[in-house]
Design a protein around this ligand. Structure first.
Ligand code: ZN
Length: 99
């Protein structure tokens, strides 16, 4: 099922990549902050059900629902809260698609 590849980065040095979209079973894959991640990966892509169940903050896909012909369709979009420095200085950008 289709989804986006979203790159995140912050001036504090934090960076990562997410792959939000939809699963074969009709569920959603979302980007979320997982402060308890054992591998130190704070920025994860998991099912919406898991994020909700664990109470993890979800970062909405900024490209979802946008018209590809729209100006600035791929971002970058700023002002997201960074999981490392806790400031609203993280940017997201659309890097591609997965299916
Ligand atoms: Zn940061």
């Amino acid at each position: 099922m289709p989804g986006h590849i979203i790159a995140v980065s912050c001036s504090c040095g934090f960076s990562g990549e997410g792959a939000p979209g939809f699963t074969l079973s009709g569920g959603r894959e979302v980007m979320a902050y997982d402060a308890a991640a054992i591998d130190g990966e704070l920025f994860v892509t998991i099912t919406e059900a898991e994020a909700t169940e664990r109470g993890l903050p979800i970062i909405e896909d900024p490209a979802l629902g946008r018209n590809p012909l729209e100006e600035n369709y791929a971002g970058p979009w700023g002002g997201e809260n960074c999981p490392r420095c806790q400031k609203a200085t993280m940017t997201l950008a659309l890097r591609g698609f997965w299916s």
